[in-house]
Design a protein around this ligand. Structure first.
Ligand code: SF4
Ligand code: SF4
Length: 134
């Protein structure tokens, strides 16, 4: 596995951005896995929270493309449990912000299926659009 470390513009820039936006120091994570073990949505994630932090600190590519950052609902179960007081929910929120800034909106009304528009409560649609658009 190749680890890419570059000054400016590289994967390490993502780590710096996430740390600046979230206010968290990710090298404080010692990979105990407690956050992942207590996450109610871990089964739907394609990268568990502890692994996501590891990917960021190693500068591994693809973190912004992971489904995990959208699956996280910010419930803060992980925040309560982390022995290193790392606010993983804020890390996820920072990643979503960066993704929206760099990749544009992730959802448009026109993309919603008729069935979803008919059956979902309007508040769920509005909340989803708020979350997936910049
Ligand atoms: S619970 Fe905290 S220290 Fe443990 S893996 Fe998660 S973020 Fe890292
Ligand atoms: S805040 Fe996100 S990562 Fe943490 S436990 Fe809740 S859903 Fe999982």
């Amino acid at each position: 596995m190749t680890i890419m470390i570059r000054a400016g513009g590289g994967p390490d820039e993502l780590l710096h951005k996430v740390e600046a936006l979230s206010g968290q120091s990710l090298f404080g994570c010692y990979q105990c896995g407690t956050c992942a073990a207590g996450c109610p949505f871990y089964e739907a994630m394609d990268l568990l929270p502890d692994a996501l932090i590891r990917h960021l600190t190693l500068g591994l590519p693809g973190v912004l493309e992971r489904r995990t950052i959208w699956i996280c609902v910010g419930c803060e179960s992980c925040v309560e449990r982390c022995p290193r007081a790392i606010d993983v929910a804020r890390v996820m929120e920072a990643l979503r912000q960066i993704r929206l800034q760099e990749g544009g909106d992730q959802l448009a009304v026109a993309q919603l299926q008729d069935e979803a528009l008919r059956e979902l409560p309007p508040i769920a649609i509005v909340a989803s659009l708020r979350r997936h658009t910049g």
